[in-house]
Design a protein around this ligand. Structure first.
Ligand SMILES: Nc1ncnc2c1ncn2[C@@H]1O[C@H](COP(=O)(O)OP(=O)(O)OP(=O)(O)O)[C@@H](O)[C@H]1O
Ligand SMILES: [Mg+2]
Length: 260
């Protein structure tokens, strides 16, 4: 097992702006982790750092390492807008297997299994780029399924899906988890986070403000911004904590001045 994955005082900056700030955390084997936070909180950057697509500007990111496998090959990531190759759905899965150097004799069975489990078998010969957005999202999951990674990072895997497809994708995610793959994902859908999370990370403005078991987090978040976020009260257009410190002003005759 390549886990745990450890962040020690990790910062990431671009052009002198720190976008991830002094982040410390450990992702142990096992639970499904949901990363929550407002737009621009740093969720996608965090996943990209985890996946090795970005290098920290300061601090250290380390996997348990060589003893348990190859951290570069045994983890996969599904992006919100997955990039499909200009070839069939099946060939897209095959390409992922080729990159992982899976023996070619095993490909047909693995591809069939991955496409069946994602409900895409009938589309296996269809060019991936003509698939609907939801189907492409499922194909991206099929590619991840085929690779059987130890860790799978998912960036808003259901953001543009209808309720039925969202349900289907959640079932696929749970099936992948059931196969022993560690799930780390972002979502804006709090109901989904409640359904899927074993553990929650709450990010705000590049900082990890709370990391807790899901039950505890949803019942009683310790951080006041996390509490505001869960209530739908995190006012992102105001800076920092001002919005929480501000006393609710007396409502005027037309209700103006009331806290939204
Ligand atoms: N390449 C970049 N150059 C400059 N700023 C960037 C770059 N990438 C990200 N940022 C900034 O870093 C912050 C965090 O971005 P990130 O994409 O991680 O947010 P997020 O939490 O995933 O938000 P969302 O919920 O909208 O997907 C944002 O303010 C974003 O504008
Ligand atoms: Mg994002």
């Amino acid at each position: 097992m390549i886990l745990p994955l450890t962040f020690r005082d990790v910062s990431f900056e671009i052009g002198g702006t720190r976008l991830i700030k002094d982040l410390n955390c450990t992702l142990e084997a096992g639970p499904r982790t949901m990363i929550l936070g407002a737009n621009g909180a740093g969720k996608s950057l965090f996943l990209r750092l985890c996946h090795g697509l970005l290098e920290p500007s300061a601090g250290r990111i380390s996997w348990r390492g060589a003893k348990g496998g190859d951290p570069r090959r045994d983890q996969a990531m599904v992006f919100q807008h997955p990039v499909m190759l200009r070839r069939s759905a099946a060939a897209n899965v095959a390409y992922a297997l080729k990159l992982k150097r899976t023996p070619q004799a095993d490909w047909p069975a693995i591809i069939d299994d991955a496409l069946s489990h994602t409900g895409l078998r009938r589309l296996s010969l269809t060019p991936a780029r003509v698939l609907s957005i939801g189907e492409q999202q499922k194909l991206a999951l099929a590619r991840a399924w085929a690779l059987k990674p130890q860790v799978l990072f998912l960036d808003e895997p259901t953001a543009s899906l209808d309720p039925a497809s969202t349900h289907a994708v959640e079932e696929i995610i749970n099936a992948i988890h059931g196969q022993g793959t560690r799930i780390v994902m972002t979502t804006h859908d709090l109901a989904q986070a409640r359904r899927l999370a074993d553990e929650v990370m709450f990010l705000n403005r590049g900082r990890l403000l709370e990391m807790a078991p899901a039950d505890r987090f949803f019942k009683q978040p310790e951080n006041d911004l996390a509490r505001a976020f869960l209530k739908g009260d995190l006012l992102w257009w105001r800076r920092g904590r001002d919005n929480l410190k501000r006393k609710p002003s007396k409502p005027g005759p037309n209700g103006e001045g009331q806290r939204r």
